[in-house]
Design a protein around this ligand. Structure first.
Ligand code: EPU
Length: 417
């Protein structure tokens, strides 16, 4: 668990690590070639270890250095099954489906099942892979897929899906002919994956736009790639600084990836300066102001920042309407915030936060990664200690969060559960 003694103002500089959600597909892409993929700026978080464990089952050897470098090589595919115990721990395991199918002609991946933040089915991944010639059956809780060589196709995703777009980009790199993917997710992580794939010899155009076109090639080769900065980790410290800070520099991030968030943090009363590779957050005197927001696919406000922003809105003057448009159950942190004294009312996919209300520290439990971050952020301004339990969720996606917050002056300790 993590214990936070609230009330210490944050100041100084925090360094942001590599993006978890960009590193995960980059690791899955290593399945597409027998040569080594050398990644830099890979965060030391549990989801990355889970993905590496999964790749080991498929025959990967790997090597990690102290400086965030991770090299993975899948010389020969030694297995094609992603078992329940790993997929259950991390839904992004589904990212191996496309590359395994493209390289080995078959894959068996456990269905992810229910998830704390919503249904999150993978029907869009499967529909698109079928269009490329994959034969897919769902049996015994597993997706069993097989194919000869995949063939290029014209595919329109019925809705925006980040890992779905990534899966299909990877699958089509080794397909016969041209694939056109329409209504693609435009997240920076999709663009980063396209860069790695191009470095591996793939012919991918349009990543970051609605339509991505891929001309299949016969083989891909090894490559070196630096993973982009984690915009959600950066966003979490930006919100923490806006809520509890004096002046904080969030360093080694990409302000261009943070547009919608920076706009809202500015609207709520903090002073934001975007520099090349850094964001400075200054909290002028006076109260924060409430502002409304609705989560949306990139470049909209990220669902992965909704919980942390809600923590901040508990201390803002007025009423904030927060609409969650991506995941139907992503308000479970609201209940825990209420236990700390927040006034939050939920109706359907809208949370109304009435502020400011003083928060008092409490024992709280989070149900997912970003909800845990929300509770840590709330703890920074609560009176008395806040103890966040089940922090394995936090460790899935935040590197050394207690050290980084301590570096900014917060009183945060990790303790045995
Ligand atoms: N959806 C479907 N069918 C599909 C795929 C998705 O209906 O086949 C629905 C989902 O249920 C959801 C929406 O579409 O309502 C968007 O889901 P998406 O597929 O985009 O989510 P994801 O790819 O599973 C990634 C991130 C999440 C992030 C979402 C949305 C990774 C590894 N994960 O998930 O990150 O919340 O995009 O931006 O990239 C996190 O880091 O904490 C996290 C949950």
């Amino acid at each position: 668990m993590i214990r936070i003694e609230g009330g210490r103002p944050l100041s100084g500089r925090v360094v942001i690590g590599g993006s978890k959600n960009a590193a995960l597909p980059a690791l899955a892409a290593a399945l597409l070639t027998d040569e080594p993929i050398r990644l830099k700026n890979v965060p030391a978080v549990v989801d990355i270890s889970t993905m590496v464990n999964l790749l080991e089952r498929f025959g990967a050897s790997w090597n990690r250095d102290q400086a965030g470098g991770l090299t993975v090589q899948v010389g020969r595919i030694a297995g094609t099954e992603a078992p329940y115990d790993l997929v259950r721990r991390m839904r992004a395991s589904v990212l191996v489906l496309g590359p395994l199918l493209a390289r080995a002609g078959r894959a068996r991946v456990s269905l992810p099942g229910g998830c704390a933040i919503g249904e999150r089915p993978i029907d869009m991944h499967l529909g698109a892979l079928r269009k490329m010639g994959g034969t897919i059956a769902i049996e015994h809780g597993y997706v069993s897929a097989s194919c000869g060589r995949l063939t290029g196709a014209d595919i329109t995703f019925p809705g925006k899906t980040v890992t779905g777009t990534e899966n299909l980009m990877m699958a089509s790199c080794l397909a016969r002919g041209r694939t056109v993917l329409r209504n693609c997710a435009r997240e920076p992580e999709v663009v980063d994956l396209a860069e790695l794939l191009r470095a591996m010899g793939a012919r991918v155009e349009g990543a970051g736009k609605d339509v991505i076109e891929i001309e299949g090639v016969d083989r891909l080769h090894g490559a070196e790639h630096r993973v982009i900065a984690d915009r959600i980790e950066a966003g979490t410290y930006i919100v923490a600084a806006a809520l509890a800070g004096e002046e904080v520099t969030v360093d080694c991030c990409e302000p261009a990836h943070l547009g919608a968030l920076l706009e809202k943090v500015g609207e709520s009363g903090s002073e934001i300066t975007a520099l090349p590779g850094a964001v400075v957050v200054r909290r002028p005197g006076g109260r924060l102001r409430s502002c409304d927001l609705a989560t949306a696919p990139h470049p909209g406000f990220p669902t992965d920042m909704q919980a942390q922003f809600m923590a901040m809105m508990t201390q803002a003057e007025g009423r904030a309407a927060i609409v969650e448009s991506i995941f139907e159950h992503r308000f479970m942190h609201a209940q825990e915030l209420r236990r700390m004294g927040a006034d939050i009312r939920i109706e359907g996919n809208t949370a109304r936060v009435f502020g400011p209300t003083p928060l008092s520290g409490a024992d709280v439990t989070a149900s997912d990664l970003r909800a845990s971050a929300c509770l840590v952020v709330a703890g920074l301004v609560a009176s008395g200690p806040t103890v966040v339990h089940r922090i394995y969720h936090l460790d899935r996606g935040y590197e050394r969060i207690e050290e980084k917050l301590r570096g900014l002056g917060a009183a945060v300790e990790r303790e045995k559960e």
